[in-house]
Design a protein. Structure first.
Ligand code: UDP
Ligand code: MG
Length: 336
């Protein structure tokens, strides 16, 4: 039996007849922050999709990232009627990356689907993702066909970010690939084994490797509410990603430093030669000011870059947990 595949995998590989592949256990992990308005529709659409799948069993893992609205109350109501629903509630808002990490740690399935809770990631794509996994993919990344649902400034900035990332980092990110992905158990175990605290899921998923496929999908408009990501928030996220996966910002300053030292050495030699030949003249006040200011600017930037990485080291050595859990539903004591 096979699932309806709306789009073929880009590179269908050999299908191996593993027993769990015929009827896998599926986990669907969803971070939620103030999503009470779309929760009912989300749950209904997930259930309708899951019912069409040839799977053994499924679980829905809703991670409430410290919502300020009634999200968790509604999750609890849904969980009362749906035994497949398991929920985690954070003690406060720890951010989407932490929520995704918690969900991936809790997931028990052979296949794990990660998606947003605002219905921008249509649950109806899950059969196609599963089909791709059946053909041997260990990770299926859903890539947006268009960014039309984003404001233009965000589109421009994010395109620039992907270009920059590709140049300076050891991992390449799938452009337009968000957090709508399917993982094989092997990939989930690999991700769960990473100890770092500054999480950048887009980078982590490329870093772990494995056989990756992409499928295109058309993102929907947000079902309700507004995006929790302001531009400043996104900029911070981009800096986190860059400094977590690239050391170029550190190295580039030593290169500039060497270059400037060489230039000033040559300039010094020229000054000596000039003084010997033409004697001293009154040195220009402007040029002294300009070079002084320029150098202090470069030094400040260099310090800032160092600060970025030292901040990262600081968060890692503090050894704080990624998140704190206030409540759980559907977790027995042995499986915490
Ligand atoms: N989210 C979260 N914690 C946060 C912000 C967002 O768990 O601090 C969740 C949110 O509920 C949604 C997903 O992450 O399920 C994507 O968030 P959003 O739609 O705000 O991001 P965008 O689609 O604009 O990238
Ligand atoms: Mg969204």
């Amino acid at each position: 039996m096979s699932d309806p595949i709306s789009q073929p995998c880009s590179d269908p590989g050999p299908t191996r007849a593993l027993s769990h592949q015929a009827a896998p256990r599926l986990s669907i992990v969803i971070p939620l922050y103030n999503e009470s308005d779309s929760l009912g529709a989300l749950h209904a659409r997930l259930k309708a999709t899951v019912d069409t799948l040839a799977i053994n069993e499924h679980e829905l893992i809703f991670v409430d990232d410290g919502s300020r609205d009634d999200t968790y109350g509604q999750v609890a109501v849904l969980a009362a009627t749906d035994p497949a629903l398991r929920a985690i509630r954070f003690a406060r808002n720890f951010g989407k990356e932490a929520a995704m990490a918690a969900g991936l740690r809790a997931a028990r399935g052979d296949v794990v689907v990660l998606m947003d809770g605002d219905l921008q990631h249509p649950p109806e794509q899950i059969p196609a993702m599963l089909g791709c996994w059946r053909q041997g993919a260990k990770m299926v990344t859903m890539v947006r066909k268009s960014r039309d649902t984003d404001p233009w400034l965000r589109r421009v900035l994010s395109r620039g970010f992907y270009r920059l990332f590709k140049r300076v980092s050891e991992v390449a990110l799938a452009e337009g690939g968000g957090d709508f992905r399917l993982f094989d158990r092997a990939v989930v175990d690999a991700i769960n084994s990473l100890p770092e605290r500054t999480r950048f899921m887009k980078g982590i998923t490329s870093w772990v490797g494995f056989r990756q496929e992409t499928l295109e999908f058309e993102p929907a408009e947000r079902a309700a509410g507004t995006s929790a990501w302001s531009l400043l928030h996104l900029l911070r996220y981009a800096l986190d990603g860059l400094s977590a996966f690239s050391t170029l910002p550190l190295r580039i300053w030593s290169m500039i430093g060497v270059f400037m030292a060489m230039c000033s050495g040559l300039y010094g030699v020229w000054l000596i030669v000039r003084t010997v030949i033409w004697g001293t003249d009154v040195p220009g006040y402007a040029s002294v000011m300009v070079s002084g200011l320029f150098l202090s600017g470069v030094q400040l930037i260099g310090l800032g870059v160092l600060g970025e990485y030292i901040g990262r080291i600081f968060t890692e050595v503090k050894q704080r947990p990624l998140y704190l859990v206030a409540e759980r539903i559907g977790f027995d004591e042995a499986n915490r």
